[in-house]
Design a protein around this ligand. Structure first.
Ligand SMILES: Cc1ncc(COP(=O)(O)O)c(C=O)c1O
Length: 333
């Protein structure tokens, strides 16, 4: 039934008090989405937490309307608090729809299980977040999904060289965990779009949507560990995936419903609260990181600093092109 469901649209996408998505900055989007209570004139400024697992359906007609047009039946299929978070995140990412998950790893697992099948080949970057590496290496390989690793020092060319006739996914992280290596998103998107049926997936946890928007470069799926910058208060485990097309969103929705990896409404509310201050926090994180990186770069006991905001960093020029700020993560030897 969830095949025909569509993502909740941000109020701004529909047009809110004369404003539309294209008219406003990310700061405004982050605070502007509300989940309307359907029958009330007065709208709560903070999205309510809908704890209900099950919804009373008044008639068969109403049930059919929910099946066809969307609505709420049962919590694992989606719930209004999650949908409010998804509307905001989708508007921030600029994709066709976003989806929230129980963790970043749940988002990554659901994306991989949705879009890969036995016999497919996926190319992922190295380094990559250790959980993702383990998922691909130890688990997906058991289901006959073939994995190749592209060293990020070889850039997007490294992916191109590893491509085969059964390559179905290019998986990247930028900036990557832990060395903050940068992938050129424009080149990555172009490579992905050069072959029919090839999906590009980018884990953008280190650069949330107010500083980097991979869909702009044709990236199909953008993933975040919402546990980090998006929620921002160290009290939520959450994941997010945003898709470039509605069809991709619908496929992912079916898989999330089946796997049961949907976020709880309580955590969705905390995630939404965190997102409201995301642009402000990111400015401070990035400013602080720049200072820390500069300090470390001139420290005699430090051999090497990895931070895309340092003019000496290998990824600096590309980062300058695709990121509004350079992020808050710094690595060193
Ligand atoms: C880049 C990256 N992706 C994914 C994850 C996994 O996220 P979670 O801990 O929310 O499952 C992490 C966690 O540290 C991460 O750093």
């Amino acid at each position: 039934m969830s095949l025909s469901w569509t993502p909740t649209k941000s109020d701004l996408e529909k047009g809110l008090r004369g404003l539309q998505l294209g008219d406003v900055a990310c700061d405004t989007i982050a605070i502007s989405t509300h989940c309307s209570t359907r029958h009330a004139e007065e709208e709560p400024l903070v999205t309510p937490i809908y704890h209900s697992t099950t919804y009373r359906i008044p008639s068969l007609e109403h049930y059919m309307k929910i099946v066809n047009d969307g609505g709420n039946l049962y919590i694992r299929l989606g719930n209004p608090t999650c949908q409010a978070a998804e509307a905001t995140l989708s508007a921030l990412e600029g994709g066709a729809g976003a989806m929230v998950f129980t963790s970043g790893m749940a988002a990554i697992s659901t994306v991989l299980l949705t879009f890969l099948k036995a016999g497919d080949h996926v190319i992922a970057c190295l380094p990559v977040y250790s959980g993702t590496q383990s998922l691909l290496e130890k688990h997906l390989s058991r289901y006959n999904v073939e994995v190749s690793w592209s060293n990020l020092d070889s850039g997007v060319e490294g992916y191109r060289e590893l491509m085969k006739s059964n390559t179905r996914m290019l998986y990247g992280e930028t900036p990557c965990n832990p060395l903050t290596t940068i992938i050129d998103l424009e080149a990555f998107g172009q490579l992905g779009n050069s072959v029919e049926g090839l999906l590009t997936v980018v884990d953008s946890t280190y650069a949330p949507p107010c500083i980097q928007r991979p869909h702009q470069y044709g990236i199909d799926v953008v993933i975040h560990s919402g546990t980090k910058y998006l929620s921002g208060h160290s009290d939520v485990l959450a994941g997010v995936a945003s898709t470039r097309t509605l069809e991709q969103w619908q496929k992912l929705n079916v898989c999330r419903t089946t796997l049961g990896t949907v976020l709880s409404p309580h955590d969705a509310s905390l995630l939404l609260r965190g997102v409201k201050t995301l642009p402000l926090r990111m400015e401070r994180h990035c400013r602080n990181a720049e200072k820390v990186a500069e300090f470390l770069a001139s420290h005699q006991k430090v051999n090497k600093v990895y931070y895309p905001g340092l003019a000496t960093d290998k990824g600096y020029e590309v980062a300058k092109k695709q990121m509004k700020m350079f992020g808050g993560m710094v690595a060193l030897r």
